[in-house]
Design a protein around this ligand. Structure first.
Ligand code: GUN
Ligand code: ZN
Length: 432
């Protein structure tokens, strides 16, 4: 059958999180493994020998020593910032005003939005990213563009109209009412269509009036199955500004909380400089914190407390934060997460990094039952990594004694050359 294919190679999946459980018990590695794909989903995983015997008729693709695993899940991006990635010399507020806002104004043109959405999805697929949660711009057409391009590629994505009604330039402000109306119309148009999910998206407290935050909270209460994405406590200057704008709030999180914008399905990007009260409230409600390591060093924001927060219990996802982040690659993002862990004296194991970039981010997006792993019934969004993609990596991998030593050089030094193939809903992108 055309829709059935057996992939052969090394395989990696997770039975549980390698944070709470020893790596050897949490991760499942087959040196010579197989993944059976049927109708866009993983039908079976196991030893190559067993699956080849059980499915002699299936078409086969043999990746040799290639590592077959879940495609990467990028839990916080701004696709409209594709064109301004790697812009020099500014910290958060200046960076937004100098680079980000002028670029986002251009998305008033639907043709431009469509062009950047296509470019962004092509670039990220070449880096092995199969799902992402993206901010769009204030323009509804920027959301239509992203969803239409993702739909054409068969991708599972989350996106929403970025809402801002103050502290943003002319051409980049909506109102409390129009943000509510436009977000609601987009949600009704796209949420649950094919593999697309709408996220209610107030940019961050400084660019929304209390009235707008209230309207976003009301919309979320009316559509509690939707995710809500925003930014939280990224830079100390930003936090001081939030204090000025919301003098009655005890802390940054409370500016969301008081308008109904703290919830289990909330995604809070950055979350670096948290007060004990904020940490406790986020953990208690089971919110998702999204770690954006290349962004946090690039914009000079600070060091996310992975070890401390993992122990407290909120869900944690990993993200590029394109284009505040300095890379489209989740390999580079894992490398940056490792480096930040080192600066905090708690290095992350390769299994933990790979889990964060797949199952962990999928769980943060409340999609862990559909994507982010290799297991029967999970959607077949996969990446195949070449662990010896370049001579510098290959000479190190050659000495490796186990999978973790073999994959770590690719995490630290790899790029899109390490991505041999990507499957989206069971279809190889090389055959598109
Ligand atoms: N805070 C508010 N908007 C943004 C954004 O676009 N990027 C980052 N990194 N932080 C933000
Ligand atoms: Zn962001």
């Amino acid at each position: 059958m055309r829709d059935t294919v057996l992939l052969l190679g090394q395989t990696l999946s997770f039975d549980t999180s390698p944070f709470g459980t020893a790596v050897q018990d949490a991760a499942r590695h087959e040196r010579r493994g197989a993944v059976l794909i049927e109708n866009g989903k993983v039908a079976a995983t196991g030893r190559a020998e067993d699956l080849c015997a059980a499915h002699p008729q299936a078409a086969r693709r043999d990746f040799g020593d290639g590592l077959i695993m879940a495609g990467f899940v990028d839990a916080h991006v701004h696709y409209p910032q594709t064109g301004i990635i790697a812009s020099w010399g500014k910290r958060l507020i200046d960076w937004l005003e100098s680079y980000t806002f002028p670029e986002e104004v251009r998305f008033a043109d639907p043709a431009y939005a469509r062009q950047v959405a296509a470019r962004y999805l092509d670039l990220t697929a070449s880096h092995g990213t199969t799902t992402m949660a993206s901010f769009c711009t204030i323009h509804p057409a920027s959301v239509d563009a992203f969803f239409a391009e993702a739909q054409a590629r068969g991708q599972r994505v989350v996106a929403g109209k970025t809402c801002m009604d103050r502290n943003a330039p002319e051409g980049l402000r909506d109102t409390a009412q129009s943000a509510y109306d436009d977000s609601r119309a987009l949600l009704q148009r796209w949420h649950g269509v094919d593999r697309l999910e709408y996220a209610i998206t107030p940019r961050f407290s400084p660019t929304s009036t209390p009235e707008q935050l209230e309207a976003m909270g009301a919309l979320w209460a009316e559509h509690p199955a939707c995710l809500m994405q925003t930014h939280l406590s990224e830079q100390t200057d930003e936090i001081a500004w939030v204090k000025e704008l919301f003098p009655k709030a005890r802390d940054y999180l409370e500016t969301y909380e008081m308008f109904g914008l703290l919830g289990e399905r909330g995604l809070y990007g950055h979350a670096i400089h948290l007060e004990p009260r904020e940490r406790a409230a986020l953990s208690e409600i089971g919110a998702s914190l999204i770690h954006c390591p290349t962004s946090n060093t690039f914009i000079g924001s600070g060091l996310f407390d992975m070890a401390g927060l993992i122990a407290e219990g909120p869900r944690i996802g990993l993200a590029t934060d394109t284009g505040g982040g300095s890379s489209f690659s989740m390999l580079r993002t894992m490398a940056a997460a490792y480096e930040i862990g080192q600066l905090r004296h708690s290095p992350l194991h390769p299994a933990q990094l790979l889990w964060l970039a797949t199952a962990g981010s999928a769980a943060a997006l409340h999609m862990g039952d559909r994507i982010g792993n290799l297991a029967p019934g999970i959607e077949a969004d996969l990446v195949v990594l070449d662990l010896a993609s370049t001579p510098d990596i290959a000479q190190r991998t050659e000495r490796a004694d186990d999978l973790w030593e073999a994959v770590f050089p690719t995490i630290m030094m790899g790029d899109d050359r390490a991505v041999s193939e990507v499957f989206i809903a069971g279809r190889a992108i090389s055959e598109r």
